[in-house]
Design a protein around this ligand. Structure first.
Ligand code: NDP
Length: 317
């Protein structure tokens, strides 16, 4: 069933970008409707203490922070719906855009703000999931959580630029960093590799994969298997970081919006405009460089302002 009048602003996604877009859009009378997706709150829901978001001098739990974001958006009238948008049909001529919920409801909107975020990739080990979900010391974000492991020994898995950057970051805080690289080469750029190899308290374990994260309530170590020899060993660590890449949640936009080879949406330089008029992208769905809650919130704000200006220019508001 199609809704009668097109929405002025449809927001897809409920992380810091989506809720910030909602706060701005609702205060500008765009009467936004926000669809949360399957994981309301996004990546912050699996983060414990957030200590680097300005305005929270004592830090805040990720889920609480997202609850506060949601309340703030609702206070100004955002219609937040706990549903997933599974299909979109954007109008290349700048007309009305269409979207469908998973339940099959058809929506139309003059502007769409995309804030569908990205998901960290995980190894898929049972012990990794358990010690991540109970806050036991498994993390996919060194910048967020490294601080909790000051002067401790940690492990990090991955060999790309992110892993290299995060290993170097952790090395500044931690006593020792064990870096597990599954092949005998690193994918990271030469300069990043050099930085890793020159850092005294990073030990690179080549051809090595994590077989199990050890510990019941909290991480106590990692069992490592050598992929060439099959030899197994255990390393004592209190933190376990996974840095094997992120996947932007942009599959439903394929073929309609410009994206890079990984799926990150491409926006005009310093703006949130996509290749389709009236469709704006914000947060981790379009940012593979900074990926912070505060930068996502910033681009969410930009997207709402861009949507407002677009609607005004078209005489819709
Ligand atoms: P990448 O996809 O580049 O690298 C992922 C790494 O994780 C690879 O080394 C890969 O190993 C490894 N990996 C994947 N799956 C597993 C697994 N199951 N077990 C063990 N290891 C695994 O992702 P990044 O997040 O590092 O980078 C994404 C993009 O962002 C890149 O283009 C990168 O250059 C860019 N970037 C740039 C930065 C900068 O310039 N400052 C900083 C961070 C990112 P293998 O090599 O064996 O496939």
């Amino acid at each position: 069933m199609a809704s009668k009048d097109p929405l002025k602003c449809l927001i897809i996604g409920s992380g810091p970008a989506g809720y910030t877009a909602a706060v701005y859009a609702s205060r500008a009378n765009l009467e936004p409707v926000l669809y949360t997706g399957h994981e309301p709150g996004g990546q912050l829901m699996i983060t414990n203490d957030v200590e680097n978001y300005p305005g929270y001098p004592d830090g805040i739990m990720g889920p609480q922070m997202m609850e506060d974001f949601r309340k703030q958006a609702e206070r100004f009238g955002t219609d937040v719906r706990n549903e997933f948008i599974s299909k979109v049909e954007f109008s290349a001529e700048g007309g009305v855009h269409k979207a469908w919920t998973e339940a099959g409801e058809e929506l139309s909107a003059h502007t769409v703000v995309i804030s569908t975020g990205a998901s960290a990739k995980w190894l898929g080990l049972e012990s990794e999931t358990r010690l991540r979900d109970n806050g036991g010391g498994v993390s996919a974000c060194a910048v967020c959580d490294g601080f909790f492991y000051r002067n401790q020994t940690v492990a990090i898995v991955g060999a790309g630029d992110t892993a290299a950057e995060e290993a170097t970051y952790l090395a500044k805080l931690c006593k020792k960093v064990h870096m597990l690289v599954r092949r005998d080469v690193m994918r990271a750029s030469k300069i990043m590799q050099d930085r890793v190899l020159k850092t005294e308290n990073i030990e690179v374990h080549w051809d090595s994969s994590a077989e199990e994260v050890l510990g019941d309530e909290g991480v106590t170590g990692v069992r490592v298997v050598n992929n060439k020899t099959g030899a197994k060993s255990e390393i004592a660590v209190t933190g376990f970081f996974v840095a094997i890449g992120h996947k932007p949640n942009t599959d439903i936009f394929k073929g309609q919006l410009d994206m890079d080879e990984t799926g990150y949406l491409i926006t005009k330089a310093d703006r949130t405009l996509t290749n389709i008029d009236g469709v704006f992208a914000s947060g981790d769905a379009q940012d593979h460089v900074y990926r912070q809650a505060v930068t996502a919130a910033g681009t969410g704000c930009m997207a709402a302002l861009d949507a407002e200006r677009y609607l005004a220019a078209k005489g819709i508001i």
